[in-house]
Design a protein around this ligand. Structure first.
Ligand code: NAD
Ligand code: IPM
Ligand code: MN
Length: 370
């Protein structure tokens, strides 16, 4: 493989702490598997904004565009008004680079703590395909009479037929790619007799959002017709939250809107052991611009600077990046190393009930890589 150009945005809070570990893991697996890469670091985030007023200068965005992939820690700073960095860096890159899929696997590794009694790795293994370029996130809206008693604030959810359809189609393809999934209770014997081997569940709110989610439902029905081996199902988002806790084994692939996907994947993170374990990829499946890999969690200001953030979400995001660039054997190796550390029971950062530091957990992953 030719030289892989990786842009790195460590960002704010625990972002740099967990990214450092992710990069060490990358270094080791790349050396082992003969993967050549070059890193370019980008100093973006709260400290820079406070010093210079800059959020994402155009020249730097151009240089990011020139990378093959991007690895991001987190952005968000207690001293910066909410939204400045989140919209100015993270969402801007997701939108401008057409990363229209946010892929968020929810998989409980053996040994990782699950807060739901009676549910284990056999029950918790699903993938959330979150639409990543539309909905309430487009920033459409505004104020009138701001700051007065008559104030009006409007924020509009934008859903395009093309944007929704490409996301749903990705979800059906992702379902097919999942291969033989373990225990999966979403299919009855009758379903299997009909030839269904997977399931995609549309999670929306068609009973209230009768315009936007009507479009989603119709697009979903049409795309589903192209995948006779995949069972299409539907669940309202509120019921989905309940079901993810009571019957996580029921889910295979979920496809959902940007806003709902944000919310249910924090719930999904908890099912798989917490924010410290949830990885994600912002994908541009057409590869017209770089895709970006990051933990689901944020900058965690409450634990930043203490060296105790769990680095495994960042490490698993590196694994997703390796998958994306066609090095899934290396990605698997990284996941196996994480699995080995979790199965061993220690070291663990405090979020998993341990006393270890970020670096100690990172070193254990490096050791497990052999
Ligand atoms: P958060 O994910 O940063 O933190 C939520 C809770 O999870 C906190 O108690 C935190 O300590 C814990 N946590 C998060 N990551 C952890 C890790 N690696 N190890 C151990 N514990 C971890 O969410 P928040 O507090 O709502 O947001 C903080 C800031 O991060 C905000 O500015 C927000 O906008 C931003 N944010 C950024 C991203 C991103 O860059 N992708 C994602 C979410 C939130
Ligand atoms: C996430 C985050 C972001 C989102 C924020 C920080 C803009 O919560 O990646 O889940 O809402 O998508
Ligand atoms: Mn979120």
């Amino acid at each position: 493989m030719s030289l892989l150009k990786i842009g790195v945005i460590p960002g704010d809070g625990v972002g740099p702490e967990v990214t450092e570990v992710g990069l060490k893991v990358l270094e080791k697996v790349a050396a082992r598997d003969g993967l050549a890469y070059e890193l370019t670091h980008f100093d973006l985030g709260g400290e820079r904004f406070l010093k210079t007023g800059e959020v994402l200068p155009a020249g730097e965005q151009d240089r990011l565009r020139g990378c093959d992939v991007i690895l991001l820690g987190a952005v968000g700073h207690p001293g910066v008004p909410p939204g400045v960095l989140e919209k100015g860096v993270l969402l801007k890159l997701r939108f401008d680079f057409h990363q229209y899929i946010n892929l968020r696997p929810v998989r409980l590794f053996p040994g990782a703590p699950c807060p739901v009694t009676g549910k284990g790795p056999e029950q918790i293994d699903m993938v959330v395909v979150r639409e990543n370029n539309e909905d309430l996130y487009v920033g459409a809206g505004g104020f009138t009479y701001k700051g007065t008693p008559e104030e009006v604030a409007i924020q509009t959810s934008m859903n395009t037929r093309a944007g929704v359809e490409r996301c749903i189609r990705y979800a059906f393809e992702a379902a097919r790619r999942r291969g033989e999934k373990g225990a999966f209770a979403g299919l009855s014997d009758a379903d299997r007799a009909r030839g269904y081997t997977r399931q995609v569940t549309l999670v929306a709110k068609t009973n209230v959002l009768t315009f936007a989610h009507d479009l989603w439902q119709r697009a979903f029905n049409e795309v589903a017709a192209d995948y006779p081996d995949v069972k299409p199902s539907y669940m309202h988002v509120d019921a989905c939250c309940m079901r993810m806790v009571t019957n996580p084994e029921w889910f295979d692939v979920i496809v959902t809107t940007n806003m709902f996907g944000d919310i249910i994947t924090d719930l999904g993170a908890v099912l798989q052991g917490g924010m410290g374990l949830a990885a994600s990829g912002n994908l541009n499946p057409d590869k017209t611009a770089p895709s970006m890999f990051e933990p689901v969690h944020g900058s965690a200001p409450d634990i930043a600077g203490k060296g105790i953030a769990n680095p495994l979400a960042a490490v698993l995001s590196v694994a997703m990046m390796l998958d994306h660039v066609g090095a899934s054997a290396s990605g698997d190796r990284v996941r196996q190393a994480v699995a080995a550390v979790l199965a061993a029971g220690s070291p663990r950062t405090p979020d998993l009930g341990g006393k270890a530091t970020t670096r100690e957990v990172g070193d254990a992953v490096l050791a497990a890589l052999g």
